[in-house]
Every structure is written in C-alpha cells, then in structure tokens.
Design a protein around this ligand. Structure first.
Ligand code: ADE
Length: 425
C-alpha cells in the first residue's frame, strides 16, 4: 500500500517495524567507519545539494548507511529494492520514519510491484542513479528517453550490472557516464569474495541447518564470488567441486586445491549446488535428472536465472514448502530436488547479505563515485569509468586505520629504485 508520512510517499511492509530497524542499523554502523567519515564530510560539504538521486539496492542495514550518507550530502534521495526477496522490512520502515527517506520496497514483492517501484523511482526524475544489476538504467534507456537530459551519470554495484552496461555501450545506447564500482579493488576483492563467501553459506545454513562437514558442495563459477564461496565451504569441512567455462579460472581452481569437472559430471556427486556464474541455466534438466535424491540447489548470483526452475517444475509431480525458503520438488523418477530461496540470491533471501565490514568499503566506493560524477560532470565521457586509483587507495587506507593496522612506506631509496631501470643483475 502506498502511504504518506508528513507528505512523504513510501511503500513498505509496516512503518511500525521502525524501532527494530533503527536498532539494527545502529549495530551495522559499528562496522562501517569509512562510510561514517564520508558521511560526516558530506554533511559539511553538501556535494549533492539540489540533486535528485535514485538508489536501487538491496534494502539492508548497510544500504541504510549509504542512503543516510547521501542524504547528509544534500541529495533528494529515493530508495527502491534491487531484488524482490532481499528487502529487510524493518530497515525500510526506519529509513522512512527516522530518516525521512522515501523507500519503495517490500520483502517478497511480486514482479509487477518490483517493476512499478522502478517506474516510481524514475518518476523522481533522477540526476544520479545508483544501480545494483542495472534494472533502473535499462528501464530509463528503454522507456524514458525524455529523461536522459537530466542524468549526470550512474554508478553500478555488481558484476551482472557491469556486463549489462558494457552491452548497452556496445549497442550505442549508454549516452552518459557510468562508474564501475564493482571493479574497484576495495569492492570486489572483499565484497564479492569474502562477503559472498560468508553470507552465501550463512543463508544456506539459516535455511536448512545443514552440516557442511563431509558434504560434497558443487560451486558453479570461479569468479570472485565463486572463489569466496568455495573457500568458505571448504573451511566448513565440505569437499568442494568447482565447475567453470573459463580455462584460466579452471586451472586456478585446481591449483587452489579443488576438483574441477563439467556440471554433467558434478551433478551426480553433489549434496549441495551453489551457482555464482552470472549466466543463465547453469543447472538444467540434464543435471537435475542425474542428481542424488535430496540434492539441494541454490543461487548466489545476481538474477534468479542460473537454475532452470521452469524445467524443474515440468519434471515435478509435487512442490512442497518444507521450511522457510526451502521447497522440495518431488520428481517423477522418484527422487526429489530441494530449491532454496526460489533460486534468488540465497545470501540476501535467507540471511542478511554481506556483513557490514565489507559493505563499508563497497558503499564508500558508491558514495565517492557519486561525488566524482558530480565533480567531473563537465568532462566525463559517456560509457564505463573505473573508480580512480587514488579513491580506491584512500578507502583502503581509511579502512586500515579503522582496523588499527599500520603498514610500511617506501624509503626514498626504494622510491628511486622503483623509478629507475639502470641497475639490474
Ligand atoms: N549486496 C550483498 N550484500 C549486501 C548488503 N548487506 N547490503 C546491500 N547490498 C548487498
């Protein structure tokens, strides 16, 4: 239901959930010192004064801190969900009630509601779009060409969104700058690897209470998310198999100590399957057919397309909800396959997403990328832009200081050596 508090529109589950959300947001803030410093500076300098901003993110305690920082910087910000199952309803309520930020997000919203929220966000006529998966930018380009003149630029959070932006640029339709937050070192080395690794296992365990020790876990994809997931599954005692299509990553996985094989082979071995490829139908009919009875499948890639659920449905005689976020598909061959979180991001559907300590760096990148867009709007060309190295390094420096860790600096002699070529063997 769309409601109004003091003229402010919002669409959330229940405004009365705000006190619980406020408490959890405060808790997350303890682990987000870098974003806190940026927020304090934004509050002084107001880099977004007079600008309209849309953030399409997972509505979590960590995103709350990003939204609060942007608002402190003067942004007229609206927040919508980047996934139908990832919203934390208490956080959405607190953002509305305690921070005056309009939020359109309800956990479990259907596709029609999700798309309507994207339209509401675009009705805000944003100058800046923070996207996670590129749904707002794709809709803007396809349906709101008249609003392109308002756009300063976008920032993109995730690998899937970057892939889409590259395709848009190739097709000549990305006519404004897009900051590639995902590929910043202080983002993907930590968020994609350690964030996805820990939170994916967390989501699986919360949904199933499964003992990982001794289980065979098949991780599909050995990008940064796959690396983190495989590492953490092994840490819990699982025997990990990796499936890949990239030969270099496959060697990496082998030398990291994992078995590597095609999914057709892995299908018969796995007790638990986790997809993190960013591609579609990575697990499909031919794989379901060969799985053990009771095999569990889930996804931690951005979209719910990695597991071919339509095929699984067509093979099923019955689908039963056996626990929260846990559906058992009984197949005509007498076996069953368990699907977690409807094939959506299991770390956000059944758990709370990446821990605050990594989101601190990811969202520091987001906040500084927005500022960079504003400061450089006169000169930035359309297309994808890397986060400047100085920004990446500064985030790492701030994080180290907050962690109480000192590191070495180069001596003058070392600086000179690193800049010379004359001395060799
Ligand atoms: N993506 C993954 N984890 C997240 C979190 N905790 N908050 C926002 N976006 C996320």
């Amino acid at each position: 239901m769309t409601a109004t508090v003091a003229q402010q529109k919002y669409e959330i589950k229940d405004i009365n959930l705000a006190p619980g959300g406020r408490q959890r947001i405060e808790w997350a803030g303890r682990e987000m010192p870098v974003l806190r410093q940026i927020r304090d500076r934004f509050a002084q300098e107001k880099p977004f004064e007079g600008l309209r901003l849309v953030a399409c993110c997972h509505v979590t305690t960590e995103t709350a801190h990003l939204a609060i920082a942007l608002k402190a910087g003067g942004a007229d910000a609206v927040l919508i969900a980047s996934n139908p199952l990832s919203t934390q309803d208490d956080v959405a309520a607190s953002l509305v009630a305690d921070h005056g930020i309009p939020v359109y997000a309800i956990k479990g919203e259907d596709a029609e509601t999700y798309n309507r929220h994207v339209q509401i966000a675009l009705d805000h006529r944003p100058n800046i779009i923070i996207d996670d998966g590129s749904d707002v930018v794709a809709t803007l380009i396809q349906e709101r060409q008249d609003q392109l003149a308002d756009i300063i630029g976008t920032t993109e959070e995730t690998t899937t969104g970057i892939v889409r932006l590259r395709a848009m640029f190739k097709d000549g339709v990305l006519t404004f700058p897009a900051m590639n937050v995902n590929d910043a070192d202080t983002k993907h080395f930590f968020d994609n690897r350690y964030g996805t690794g820990q939170s994916t296992l967390d989501g699986i365990i919360r949904a199933t209470n499964l003992l990982l020790a001794g289980k065979t876990v098949v991780v599909a994809g050995y990008g940064w998310c796959g690396k983190g997931t495989a590492l953490r599954a092994r840490g819990l005692g699982a025997n990990v198999i990796v499936t890949e299509i990239d030969p270099v990553r496959s060697i990496e996985a082998v030398m990291d100590g994992f078995r590597v094989m095609p999914m057709t082979e892995a299908a018969a071995h796995g007790d638990l399957f986790i997809t993190v490829t960013g591609n579609k139908h990575v697990i499909r009919r031919e794989h379901f057919e060969n799985m053990k009875d009771g095999a569990i499948v889930c996804n931690s890639g951005h979209f719910d397309i990695e597991i071919d659920l339509k095929s699984l449905e067509s093979m099923a005689t019955e689908v039963k909800e056996v626990r929260n976020f846990t559906q058992q598909y009984c197949l005509s061959n007498g076996k069953s396959v368990i699907v977690l979180g409807e094939g959506r991001l299991i770390n956000l559907a059944a758990a709370e997403g990446h821990p605050s300590a990594v989101m601190d760096m990811s969202f520091a990148n987001q906040a500084l990328a927005c500022e960079y867009l504003v400061k450089n709007k006169a000169t930035l060309e359309p297309g994808l832009h890397s986060i400047p190295t100085e920004v990446d390094q500064e985030i790492a420096r701030l994080k180290l200081v907050a962690m109480g860790i000192n590191i070495d600096t180069l001596t003058d002699e070392q600086v000179e050596y690193m800049n010379s070529w004359t001395s060799g063997t």
